[in-house]
Design a protein around this ligand. Structure first.
Ligand code: GAL
Length: 401
């Protein structure tokens, strides 16, 4: 489990033993890198409804503040970065980095740090006074040997069960299930009424569901132990949780799984399905793309068995070694880490600020829930598998196989 409560608190379990990993970054010179020029290539996987709106709001603000900069938005479609990360790996291998790219805080970023792909940004943290405005537990996830390597822009929540309240009402279900057993009981009612109990999309969405079934069935301590080696994958508890996962999938549309996370949510909106487990970027899809109202048009609660737990991930941005337009990339990173940047981006992205001093009045509707939970003393924080906190890309692939 992790502790992120404002300042002064640390990751309490050795979930990500960042400090033990050797820094292999090849460029410690703050003044190194490419030439200044009025261009900026931004690399992410934010395309399509629900993913692109927040990015656009931040890029628009960057354009307004840097009118001479030509922005090249190299976004590659595919939720959770499945396609983008493969393309990025090729570009890094070919020494052809963009000016800044998206990486999840945690193990996913550590791979790049170890490979010497990203610049040490400690000087930027010192210049901007950022050490005091990000939770220490989050900074630990992007630190190796006391050096900070990326700028986190948000906190997303993974353990959410989205639902259509009208569908539940139509079939006479009082409310969303508090446990997976309860879900399985509801599934029979839903199927008898011709509804899909739970929708899924491509492999990464199934891994997203898997992490939250494991969390709900095992609890936060044993879930965390799966990634630091203290929970045995062969134990009866884990085997039981994996069996629950299989049963849950039996009540999904796995056979006709949607192409990405947005089309997996559409059957809920159309009234054909009841539930979907997805991160809170779904809030933007419902609210902005589909113009639905929180609680009446769409609703969400913690995924079964995870009340009081916040399974988190954080999108962060890097300064690649040899970024072609290092100066403009630094301007971008300053904006991404600023209060103004985070309060422009997050209310549209469906996330809450990584900074601890965001303007709470901007986080209404669904977003009031994660903001309250993230900062509550009562909440237990754990890291996401599918979104790079507790495993790197190789580790994720191993789980998939
Ligand atoms: C996550 C990412 C989110 C959102 C989501 C769906 O990995 O952190 O910001 O983009 O994928 O694509």
């Amino acid at each position: 489990m992790m502790s992120f409560r404002r300042r002064g608190l640390r990751v309490v379990a050795a979930l990500v033993a960042v400090s033990l990993l050797a820094a292999a970054c090849g460029d410690d010179d703050d003044d190194g890198g490419g030439e200044a020029s009025a261009e900026f290539e931004f690399f992410s996987w934010w395309t399509g409804g629900g993913d692109s709106e927040g990015k656009q709001a931040l890029l628009d603000l960057f354009a307004e503040q840097n009118p001479d900069v030509e922005i090249v938005d190299s976004a590659i479609a595919g939720g959770a970065g499945t396609n983008a990360q493969a393309e990025l790996a090729n570009r890094l291998l070919a020494d052809d980095p963009p000016d800044s790219y998206q990486r999840h805080a945690g193990k996913e970023l550590l791979e790049d740090i170890e490979a010497g792909e990203v610049e040490d940004l400690t000087f930027l943290y010192d210049e901007e006074g950022w050490r005091d405005v990000f939770p220490e537990g989050l900074l630990d996830l992007i630190t190796v040997d006391d050096k900070l390597y990326s700028v986190p822009v948000n906190i997303h929540r993974s353990n959410l069960l989205w639902y259509n309240p009208a569908v539940l009402q139509e079939v006479g279900i009082a409310g969303p299930p508090a446990t997976w057993d309860e879900f399985l009981a509801q599934a029979a009612t839903l199927e008898a009424a011709g509804k899909i109990p739970l929708t899924v999309g491509p492999t990464w969405t199934q891994q997203h569901l898997l992490e939250n079934v494991l969390l709900g069935e095992l609890g936060p301590d044993a879930y965390t132990g799966l990634w630091d080696g203290s929970t045995d994958w062969e134990s009866p508890e884990v085997i039981g949780a994996l069996d629950t996962f299989t049963q849950v999938l039996d009540h999904s549309n796995l056979d006709s799984a949607a192409a990405d996370w947005q089309p997996a949510i559409d059957p809920l909106i159309e009234g054909d399905a009841a539930y979907n487990v997805m991160g809170d970027w779904a809030d933007t899809y419902y609210r902005i793309e589909k113009e639905l109202d929180w609680e009446t048009g769409y609703n969400a609660t913690t995924s079964p068995g995870t009340a009081g737990v916040f399974n988190f991930l954080s999108d962060s941005f890097t300064l690649p070694v040899d970024a072609p337009h290092r100066d403009t990339a630094l301007e971008w990173l300053k904006l991404a880490g600023s209060k103004e940047g985070q309060d422009t981006f997050n209310p549209v992205k469906g996330s809450i600020p990584a900074r601890t001093d965001g303007d709470a009045s901007l986080y209404t509707g669904y977003l009031a829930m994660p903001l309250a939970d993230w900062t509550s003393e009562e909440t237990t924080i754990v890291g996401s598998l599918a979104h790079g906190v507790v495993a790197d890309n190789a580790g994720k692939a191993e789980i998939d196989s």
